[in-house]
Design a protein around this ligand. Structure first.
Ligand SMILES: [Ca+2]
Ligand SMILES: [Ca+2]
Length: 72
């Protein structure tokens, strides 16, 4: 089944690129319809976390905010 985004929607991708790569987890909080909190790390593998998060079908023109906290 093909999924086609509804007209007038957008996609947001957040990429965490730590220097150097590290297993540190970064917790992101969000403000905006269609978003929810998530965690990323950048240790070079996907287990269990990836370094990217994508939200789709976001309303056009909506303001969104993503904030991360470094707990180290
Ligand atoms: Ca990196
Ligand atoms: Ca990882």
């Amino acid at each position: 089944m093909n999924k086609v985004a509804a007209p007038g929607t957008g996609t947001l991708t957040i990429v965490k690129n730590s220097q150097p790569d590290d297993a540190q987890d970064f917790h992101f909080t969000t403000v905006g319809a269609g978003l929810s909190a998530f965690d990323l790390d950048d240790d070079g593998n996907n287990n269990p976390l990836t370094n990217t998060k994508t939200f789709t079908n976001l309303a056009a023109g909506a303001n969104v905010t993503c904030t991360f906290t470094n707990v180290r």
